[in-house]
Design a protein around this ligand. Structure first.
Ligand code: GDP
Ligand code: MN
Length: 372
């Protein structure tokens, strides 16, 4: 789970990592009060989960009340999400500082670069030697000398290195305590007097450890639209596109193949949801979400080995009886128990196919597409 910047900064502050003063607002009427608290100039920052906000015009330094109000209104409108009003910082340099998991060695990996800021991806591509890396054995934890090593390798002077090491050790503590997969400060601003302040923050938590961190839960702001949010609350992976065919698939690999086949035969996908794994008991909910999105037809493609085909088919049959869909449904439900599955599907008037490619062709045809 990705935390929003304001949540990441709350964690930073709790762990003693300096952050600018800030106030979170949800609508334009709260702006004046926030400006009184924070003062001008300030930075307006969209609380969206994607990176690169600066380049997308979603982080704006504003100097006057008028400018603040125009920019806040614009950003709130384009994102529909919360906005962080944060005190502007006068800085000399921007450092990139992150800790992630190194899957090969199984250790924590520190990455640091003195050319941080919005161009860090470009630096990683063109000047990778500028990025200092240090592996940390998690059974020992980060040793103070390792933190100093990173800072001196960057070329910082004694005072800056001491300050940077202190922050890195705190960041490591935060990383471990919160079962994070990634913690990132970009930029960690270096001020004229050598002090440092985290002007941005990213924290991704390991979903498998979320049960230990009940203060965080998914909210509507984590998603692009209501349907994706609704699905996630039921643990159903759901992606909205803008084509014609509603795709219900069990298994991410199969979903990729079916999606590619649809494109190959000239069709388009309206939305995709995953009802494999534990979700095959949720066929009714899944089909309702499909129908609400009004595709031209629904293509159900599964291949069950442990999750049985007949159990999935029963779910589909119950859903069809209950929801009485008025659009065509193409079903190819294969795997363990597929004879029973086909019989069940026939009992509600569906015509089950046993070849995925044929099913795709049929769905594309029913959706009115198809150039091949
Ligand atoms: P990102 O583009 O989503 O990573 O958003 P950031 O919070 O990192 O902001 C983008 C850039 O805005 C930073 O890299 C800075 O170069 C620039 N910036 C200039 N002044 C400030 C300031 O006072 N505060 C912050 N947060 N960013 C500033
Ligand atoms: Mn940033």
């Amino acid at each position: 789970m990705k935390l929003f910047e304001y949540q990441a900064k709350e964690l930073f502050a709790e762990h003693g990592i300096p952050v600018p003063d800030s106030t979170l607002i949800s609508c334009i009427s709260e702006l004046n009060k926030a400006l009184e608290e924070i003062g001008l100039p300030c930075v307006l920052k969209a609380q969206v989960l994607q990176g690169g906000r600066g380049k997308a015009g979603l982080v704006k330094l504003v100097r006057t009340k008028e400018e603040a109000s125009a920019e806040a209104e614009r950003i709130l409108k384009v994102t529909g999400k919360k906005l962080l009003v944060e005190g502007a910082v006068r800085f000399e340099k921007e450092m990139y500082l992150a800790i992630t998991v190194d899957p090969v060695s199984g250790s924590a990996l520190v990455m640091a670069c003195l050319e941080g800021g919005v161009e860090i991806e470009e630096i990683a591509r063109t000047k990778p030697e500028k990025i200092i890396k240090e592996k940390v054995d998690t059974s020992w934890g980060m040793m103070p000398f390792q933190a100093s090593n990173v800072m001196y390798s960057l070329g910082l002077d004694k005072n800056q290195a001491a300050e940077g090491s202190k922050i890195l050790l705190k960041l490591y503590e935060l990383f471990v305590k919160n079962d994070a997969e990634l913690v990132e400060i970009n930029p960690l601003m270096i001020l004229k007097d050598g002090t440092m302040i985290a002007a941005d923050g990213k924290v991704n938590l390991d979903d498998n450890a979320l049960f230990k961190h009940s203060r965080y839960s998914i909210t509507r702001d984590h998603f692009k639209n209501d349907l994706e949010y609704e699905a996630a609350q039921d643990g159903i992976p759901y992606i909205q596109f803008d084509g014609d065919i509603g795709l219900m698939v069990a298994g991410a690999g199969l979903a990729n193949v079916v999606y590619d086949l649809i494109s190959y035969y000239g069709g388009t996908v309206k939305n995709y949801l995953e009802f494999g794994g534990p979700n095959y008991h949720k066929a009714q909910k899944c089909m309702k979400m499909m129908l609400d999105n009004k595709p031209k037809c629904i293509l159900i493609a599964t291949f069950g080995t442990i999750a049985r085909a007949d159990v999935m088919a029963q779910g589909i049959v119950d859903a069809v009886r209950e929801l009485k869909p008025d659009i065509p449904i193409v079903a190819v439900i294969r795997g363990t128990g597929e004879e029973e599955a086909q019989e069940l599907l026939r009992s509600v008037g569906l015509n089950p196919l046993d070849d995925t490619e044929e099913a795709v062709k049929k769905a594309v045809e029913l959706a009115g597409g198809g150039s091949r």
